[in-house]
Write a protein that binds this ligand. Structure first.
Ligand code: GAR
Length: 200
């Protein structure tokens, strides 16, 4: 049975667009994932117009959440959208805010995030740049369940990305994105069909 999902995004939206292109038309994938809505926490995010253009039927909501003081109102509005659209999974795709422990605990194994490093290495912001500057030879991408600890939930899927001598931060970023576009749809299908092996 199709599962309704909501995507939360803060910025450019290339992962959101990739997921929409994979699942929206139902042409690829198992047909299990239905993207019911997209939420951005800032009206300046390019993702908003991109989604409206690519998938005009998918409702896009902007709920302001820049400052910590806005988090409670953001989460309360988000919960009402989740209820209205009968959302089963919350997909973070470049969502650059931290959800509260209270919110996360209401949706165990239902919130999924993609992070541009091989967790547990290089948690937090600027993971690609930090890995490059550290001089690691391999970095990558991790898809994981969101728990109350930031960038630390059970891992669903990872892909390794090699850092070559000729790479720059920009070329590494491009390689990371390619890996993200490959593994996020696969990881979501695994999570939605198999669930969390740590819990189920
Ligand atoms: C992606 O690389 C994603 O992994 C990263 O933000 C980028 C968003 O790009 N997420 C994080 O760093 C979360 N901690 P996009 O807006 O083009 O999808």
């Amino acid at each position: 049975m199709q599962k309704n999902c909501i995507i939360l995004a803060s910025g450019n939206g290339s992962n959101t667009l990739n997921l929409i292109n994979k699942f929206y038309t139902g042409k690829t994938g198992s047909g299990l994932i239905n993207i019911s809505a997209v939420v951005s926490n800032t009206s300046y995010a390019p993702v908003i117009d991109k989604v409206k253009k690519t998938a005009p039927d998918i409702p896009v909501f902007t709920i302001p959440f820049t400052f910590l003081s806005e988090r409670e109102a953001f989460e309360s509005r988000l919960e009402s959208i989740i209820e209205k659209y009968k959302i089963k999974f919350i997909i973070l795709a470049g969502f650059m805010k931290i959800l509260s422990k209270e919110f996360v605990s209401k949706f165990p194994c239902k919130i999924i995030n993609i992070h541009p490093s091989l967790l547990p290495a290089f948690k937090g912001r600027d993971a690609i740049k930090n890995a490059f500057e550290y001089g690691v030879k391999y970095t990558g991408v991790t898809v994981h369940y969101v728990t109350s600890e930031v960038d630390a939930g059970p891992i669903i899927c990872q892909e390794i990305v090699k850092i070559d001598d000729f790479d720059t931060v920009e070329s590494l970023e491009a390689k990371i994105h390619e890996a993200e576009y490959r593994i996020y749809p696969i990881a979501l299908e695994i999570a939605l069909t198999e669930g969390n092996p740590h819990v189920n």
